[in-house]
Write a protein that binds this ligand. Sequence first.
Ligand code: LMR
Length: 393
Amino acid sequence: MLSNLKPQDPDKILMLMEEFKADTRQGKVDLGVGVYKDPQGVTPVMRAVKAAEKRIWEEQTTKAYTSLAGTPEYRDAMARMVLADVPQDRLASVATVGGTGAIRQGLELARMANPDLTVHVSDPTWPNHLSIMRFMDLPFVQYRYFDSDTRGVDFEGLKDDIAKAKRDDIVLLHGCCHNPTGANLTLDQWHEVIEILDRTGAVPMIDLAYQGFGDGLDADAEATRLVARSLPQVLIAASCSKNFGIYRERTGILMTLTGDGGARDMAQGAMAFLNRQTYSFPPDHGARIVSTILSDEALRNDWKDELEEVRNTMLGLRDQLASELRELSGSDRFDFIARHRGMFSRLGATPEQVQKVKDESAVYMVGDSRLNIAGLNRDTVPVLARAIIDAGI
Ligand code: LMR
């Protein structure tokens, strides 16, 4: 029976990660997978995370099961971090296996609620969004998002396309730090998106994987909060992988906001059921680190400070790269890099140019020319800038 299995398409980002590891060239630069690296090239365990783990180790007396939804401490702390003012009467939530688990459970939930669902997703988007939906056999269409001339958002295209969504379809939106482009909607544009969703009755699902990596912890949640206040139904899939640096702990959350308490209870039950069917209890260690940090003022402040250091380092690298490229190209055509936010920027290069950069300069970007700004440091920025110009980008 197992011999009937067919080869699966490899995930391009993870494949690149392996290819980079196998490359023996000195001075190679990994701008592929979305992982933060400090100037020494290390993905550090954050100070507050270490302190929280120590405290958990000292104080934890049992590893018995928690609950299908995860602990209330984690879910409350996350709801406050994401939503600030938590509408308790409308909110249901479950801890998930990372942000990916939250996306998967959110899509499963949406399909349980509407079997005729179509998902509207940005073009481009995180490749795994599409892969998950293909695997689930979930119909999806892509809405225009990236303007390859300006490297900003094609907002007119986006509006035209999402206006075609039907009642109870899902419109999947990146809450901040769009992956892979780095181009984001302004708050005014979010207002217009909300108007369209309100008119069509389509339900937003917000993927919030990079809160704190763009304009700040609260600023990055502003759009999600606005959507949550403005529309009766919202799904939010949030990840702690990046902002707490706990990638391998697989810590995420799915939240839903419904119109009233009855619907909230129904959603809560369905989400706990989905956890039970998929993996039963969600992992606890990462969630406990997060709730320990967020509920302790000193740890919380230290974590916020370190997150700000990470964010400002990335902004500094963006500015440095844009200015190196201004000098080398004698033009301002790369200034969008300084305007983009989050871990990624899409350069708008061809796959051949991306290959040339890899072959000739040992700099690894995803084939669609997404580069991970956090994989750079002050010394590798000039290497990348030179490679970009030499590849004719
Ligand atoms: C990325 O986009 O590089 C990250 O979200 C890692 C992943 O799982 O793809």
